[in-house]
Design a binder for this molecule. Structure first.
Ligand SMILES: Nc1ncnc2c1ncn2[C@@H]1O[C@H](COP(=O)(O)OP(=O)(O)OP(=O)(O)O)[C@@H](O)[C@H]1O
Ligand SMILES: [Mg+2]
Length: 415
């Protein structure tokens, strides 16, 4: 077996633990645990005990399958509390030979991190978008260049201290260490976007059960991120109410027969449903589409407005890539493409992943696989094997460290 890494995707509908064995940059999936998620609402932990239990079960399944003990994980985070800002920083290079070193890069990123954020918010990622050396823009790795002035543009992702702390607590309750917490769409992007799309400009939308996470990439890196609180569970709820069926039946109907394109279905396409009263009924597929369409319209109007407001509508020639469970809805890419006149595709199977192929191909696992890919690249970066810059070495804020200590002391005294 190669080096072991573990991705832990804590979603609203399911928790996935994925164990990867890494050799020569290739990942073989050797273990996985997928269990229903309890204790989260719209991507955020609302019940620590329930969430801890869901994580425990998924970890145990993965451990059994891989025949290992999991000690460290890369965990995902999402939720409406996530925000992002762009900032920049400047340092001067005063050495006689004026050669830029890794230390200068660290220094300039540190200055770019000096932004005012509220005390209940902490930084999750500080991602360099480009370096500027003596006015020359578009530099991806300035180490080894010479100059007198080094600037950097960074993308900063922040989250609520409480939400981040709760995720830590659920995982640490199990005696497992968190290597890093990664924003869900950033992780997913490592699984489903290709290099050309990331360079050219693309919007990734991960539509899960509780949240739809948007991330915009250009020039290889993330430029914008936003989490919207509408996703698959809302669609199912709408079907429950609209057709008077139980939740499980609404899920089935949505997955098997659902589509947002009302016009393409004639009134003759019929389907059987089972009502809450347990009676069977035949309805038209068109009726179902009429229930789903307004919610998807609301969701995508919001998403496109976010992209427009951020000023990126004309900067994403590669269009939109859809992933997450709801991306599997029949005709969804066609619907979005038709409505907004932007190229849209569903995510494809990630590259460089082996083992458990049939499972891994589903967009439901995009975040978990992305966590593994992110982990590998960030390790290679830290060990100096690759010169990329997407991996912040941001240390967690003093405030959250103090919270963590207090928490540990408290647990120690409670035994
Ligand atoms: N074939 C399908 N068609 C439509 N929707 C589907 C299909 N398969 C799964 N879904 C929906 O996908 C959603 C789950 O997606 P996913 O597993 O990506 O969510 P999650 O990661 O648990 O949640 P989140 O990321 O929002 O916290 C559910 O609402 C489910 O109904
Ligand atoms: Mg998800």
């Amino acid at each position: 077996m190669g080096e072991i890494i573990v991705g832990l995707d804590i979603g609203t509908t399911k928790v996935v633990s994925l164990v990867g064995s890494v050799e020569n940059g290739l990942i073989e999936i050797v273990g996985m645990g997928k269990v229903p998620s309890h204790g989260l609402e719209k991507g955020v932990v609302v019940d620590i005990g329930e969430t801890t239990n869901s994580i425990r079960r998924s970890i145990e399944d993965a451990e059994t399958m891989a025949d290992i003990k999991i000690k460290k994980v890369y965990a995902s985070i999402s939720g409406k509390h996530i925000n992002s800002i762009n900032n920049s920083g400047t340092v001067s290079i005063n050495k006689p030979n004026r050669e830029i070193t890794l230390d200068d890069v660290r220094r300039v990123i540190e200055t770019a991190q000096a932004v005012q954020i509220p005390p209940d918010v902490e930084m999750l990622h500080v991602i360099p978008r480009q370096y500027i050396v003596d006015g020359q823009e578009g530099i991806t790795d300035p180490v080894g260049m010479t100059g007198t002035r080094l600037e950097v543009d960074v993308h900063i992702v922040t989250g609520s201290v409480t939400a981040i702390h709760n995720i830590r607590r659920c995982v640490e309750n199990l005696g497992i260490e968190i290597e890093q917490i990664i924003l869900q769409p950033l992780a997913s992007s490592y699984a489903v976007l290709n290099t050309a799309e990331r360079e050219l400009g693309v919007a990734l939308i991960d539509i899960g059960g509780g949240t739809s996470d948007i991330a915009i990439f250009r020039g290889g890196d993330i430029w914008f991120s936003k989490v919207l609180p509408i996703a698959g569970e809302h669609l199912t709820n709408d079907v429950t109410v609209g057709l008077k069926v139980p939740y499980e039946e609404a899920e089935r109907i949505k997955k098997e027969e659902g589509t947002p394109i009302v016009d393409e279905i004639t009134g003759e396409e019929q389907m059987e449903i089972t009502l809450i009263s347990e009676e069977h009924k035949t309805i038209s597929r068109r009726m179902l589409a009429k229930i789903l369409e307004p919610r998807l319209e609301e969701l995508f109007d919001m998403a496109v407005e976010e992209i427009e407001d951020a000023g990126y509508k004309d900067l994403i020639p590669a269009g939109i890539v859809l992933t997450g469970g709801t991306a599997m809805l029949n005709s969804l890419p066609e619907y979005v493409q038709g409505r907004y006149n932007i190229p849209v595709r569903r995510s494809k199977t990630p590259q460089g992943i082996h083992g458990l192929r049939d499972i891994v191909e589903s967009p439901i696992y995009a975040t978990a696989i992305g966590l593994l890919k992110y982990a590998i690249e960030s390790k290679e970066y830290r060990e100096g094997r690759i010169g990329r810059r997407s991996f912040n070495e941001h240390k967690h804020s003093l405030f959250s460290k103090v919270l963590n200590w207090l928490e540990r002391i408290n647990r120690f005294f409670r035994g």
